[in-house]
Structure formats: C-alpha cells, structure tokens
Design a protein around this ligand. Structure first.
Ligand SMILES: O=c1ccn([C@@H]2O[C@H](COP(=O)(O)OP(=O)(O)O)[C@@H](O)[C@H]2O)c(=O)[nH]1
Ligand SMILES: O=C(O)[C@@H](COP(=O)(O)O)O[C@H]1O[C@H](CO)[C@@H](O)[C@H](O)[C@H]1O
Length: 208
C-alpha cells in the first residue's frame, strides 16, 4: 500500500533536501508533497530538485493551513507528516511511523525523538503530543475542523480530536537518533525565542 508524505516548509532551503532525499528512497512513499508556505528563499526549487511535488503558497498561512493544502493534493489514504528541518532522518523512522497504520492497528502514530539531542529529546518527553512527525488517515484528518487557522496548534488539535473520540486509536513510536533544528538555531536567539512564544500562544488556543 502507498503513503502520501506531506512536508510543510517555511524558509527551509538549507534543510529540505536532506529530508526529501531520504523519503524518496523509501519503497512505499510514492507521493511526496512539499508545501512551501510563502517561503521567501529557494525552498521550493530545492525541494523540486530533490524529487518532491511542490505546492507554492503565495503567502505564509501557517503550518496547519499548509498541511491542509498538502492533504488536498494527497493521492493516498495514509498520510505521513514530516517537518522539513529534521536531522538524521532514516527510512526506518518512516517505517516505524507508517507500519501501525498499514497493519490497521491504529488511526494515528506520533513520533517521539529518542537519543537525538538533549534539548529536543526533553521537549518531546514533556510534550510528545506536539510532535510534527505523525501518520494519520486522510478521512480523519479532514474531519478535524478549523485546521486551516490553527497554525502551530495543528498537532494539539489533532491530538484533542483523538482524545475526545471513543473509537480512534493512536500510539507513540520512538524515533531513535533523530532531532530537528530549533527556532533559536535557525533564527538567532532573540527572534527564535520570540517565535517560540508565538508558537506556544498558537498551541494554547487549541488545548481546551
Ligand atoms: O508558518 C509556518 C511555520 C512553520 N512551517 C513548517 O512547519 C514545520 C515545523 O515548524 P518549526 O520547525 O518552526 O517548528 P519547531 O520544530 O521549531 O517547533 C517546519 O517544516 C516548518 O518549515 C510552516 O510550514 N509554516
Ligand atoms: O516540541 C516542541 O515543543 C516544539 C518546539 O520544538 P523546539 O523547541 O524547536 O525543539 O516543536 C514541535 O511543536 C510544534 C507544535 O506542535 C510542531 O508544529 C513542530 O512540528 C514540532 O517540532
């Protein structure tokens, strides 16, 4: 069975190729969609060169909106979401994320970094439900309301949807030796911290 991979990306030119290239080597990830969310750098060009289908949004609409646009383009029922700034991604990680859905055991997996880097491991230990690495069924994703407006609240909203349901099943899967680049590393300490606070505010709105 095939899987659609959706990678929302905002100004990820230096990082996107590594992620797309790994996904392209995987046997069942035939549909690889990068949604460049109003990027002002060459994210879209680099993603295309690496082999992805690219949707270029003219303005930045936020992560949740970008994911929804990607889902509307997706060919398959199993969706795999990945962040564009992962460091150390391997085919085994993709397999761990999608296998429980391929077997029909659950409707969503959430990937948790393990032994990546202390700072990102700790973050995910405290709030695993925020992880951007997850596989979910398309029909369920499309049932969650207001994801377009959720920005960084998208993962919290998805997790809430599962918590409230009697029937939907999810599991956490460990992703060894994987990490991502933190906002402070991408943007500098001050701007990164400001963006982090904005992100927490966007998440808080969805934790009801
Ligand atoms: O407005 C935005 C902000 C972020 N992203 C993407 O969403 C993913 C997670 O964002 P980020 O790395 O900023 O989150 P962090 O991991 O630092 O919390 C990355 O692929 C970003 O490029 C996006 O598509 N639109
Ligand atoms: O884990 C977290 O607390 C945040 C912040 O991670 P960093 O402090 O930048 O390592 O990152 C995640 O949360 C966002 C909101 O759910 C997701 O959109 C990101 O994909 C995810 O990396």
């Amino acid at each position: 069975m095939s899987v659609s991979v959706i990678i929302p990306a905002y100004n990820e030119e230096p990082r996107i190729a590594e992620v797309v290239e790994v996904v392209m080597t995987s046997p069942y990830h035939r549909d690889v969609i990068v949604v460049s969310d109003g990027s002002t750098d060459s994210t879209a060009v680099v993603a295309k060169q690496a082999g992805a289908s690219v949707v270029e949004l003219p303005t930045n609409i936020g992560k949740g909106g970008a994911m929804k646009v990607g889902v509307q383009e997706a060919k398959y029922e199993i969706l795999l979401f990945l962040d564009a700034d992962l460091m150390g991604l391997k085919r085994e990680h993709l397999q761990s994320l999608v296998e429980p859905l391929l077997k029909g055991n659950v409707e969503m997996t959430v990937g948790v970094f393990e032994r990546g880097r202390l700072a990102t491991d700790l973050g995910q230990l405290i709030t695993p439900y925020l992880s951007g690495q997850r596989a979910v069924l398309k029909s369920i994703f499309l049932n969650v309301s207001e994801l377009e407006a959720s920005r960084y609240g998208v993962e919290a909203a998805l997790t809430q949807h599962f918590r409230r349901s009697q029937s939907l099943r999810k599991i956490e899967v460990l992703l060894p030796d994987l990490t991502h680049m933190m906002k402070e590393e991408k943007l500098g300490l001050l701007k990164g911290f400001k963006e982090r606070m904005k992100m927490y505010w966007e998440i808080a709105k969805w934790v009801k």
